[in-house]
Ligand binder design. Structure first.
Ligand code: OOG
Ligand code: MG
Length: 262
């Protein structure tokens, strides 16, 4: 059954309220077990509209759950997408402030900066590579608005894929000669190795996640724009953090970014 516009609005407002109060809410599917993925995207669009009414700007898009490690960790075996707002962006060395968040986790991602518009359907991985201006080392801060970070597909979609902050490194590197599929990644917390990965963990190739996103956005008449920051999804599980922690990711040939948690 299709949700009424009123119900979509009221569920979006509930999530906005959780975001503002930095308080968890029960998963929407606890109360509405039949909430569909399509309902989730309608609630997400309403939520983004509410942020825009407050003056926030969309500066890019994200995918999530594009690696096996993330799908298994979160118990949702499907790729999802959401929007990046200017209010999420932190430039190294700006700290991640725990007081602004609920129960943040950090995950390493190689952000894409688009140079050309990409409009699906039919966008391919080589087309994404050709349309990419640069890549940037990034640490995404995810902060689910749901109790204990537990959700189903429709919930996490509605919650804009747990999007919260993105710490961007200073190095914008063009892709010339870099095979992102084979690109190694080393993740450290407080100087101790926390995880490792390769680009192929993300849908076989991080640019394939971006192609998936462009094609999925086409279903709602949206596309990737020049200048968009695009997060392709993490190759490994997210890290728990607390104030005082320092998380650093280093990508082969692209460099590193450090997030200081305050
Ligand atoms: C959903 C967002 C997942 C990623 O990179 O896979 C995501 C979550 O895990 O809360 O951003
Ligand atoms: Mg992510």
């Amino acid at each position: 059954m299709e949700r009424s516009a009123d119900q979509v609005q009221s569920l979006a407002r509930r999530l906005l309220d959780a975001y503002d109060r930095r308080e968890e809410v029960v998963a929407l599917t606890d109360e509405h077990p039949d909430l569909s993925e399509a309902d989730g995207y309608r609630i997400q669009r309403a939520l983004i509209e509410l942020f825009r009414e407050r003056g926030a700007r969309v500066v890019g898009k994200k995918t999530g759950l594009t690696s096996k490690a993330k799908q298994v960790a979160m118990g949702v075996p499907e790729a999802i997408y959401g929007y990046l707002l200017d209010t999420y962006l932190l430039r190294e060395p700006e700290p991640v402030r725990m007081a602004e968040l609920i129960h943040p986790r950090l995950e390493p991602e190689l952000a894409f900066i688009m140079g050309e518009r990409l409009r699906g359907p039919g966008v391919t991985t080589p087309q994404v590579l050709a349309a990419t201006r640069a890549v940037v080392p990034a640490l995404e801060v995810i902060d689910s608005r749901y109790l204990n970070f537990k959700f189903k597909l429709a919930d996490v979609v509605a919650d804009n894929c747990s999007a919260s902050r993105v710490v961007l490194g200073a190095n914008e590197v063009p892709l010339d000669g870099i095979d992102l599929r084979l690109q190694g990644m080393v993740l450290e917390k407080n100087g101790v190795l926390a995880d490792t990965g390769a680009g192929a963990a993300v849908l076989g190739h991080p640019a394939s996640a971006v192609a998936w996103l462009a094609n999925k956005l086409a279903e709602v008449g949206d596309c990737l724009e020049p200048g968009d920051i695009v997060m392709p999804g993490a190759p490994c599980e997210a890290l728990f953090v607390q104030a005082g922690d320092e998380v650093r990711v280093t990508f082969d040939r692209v460099g590193s970014v450090t997030a200081r948690i305050e």
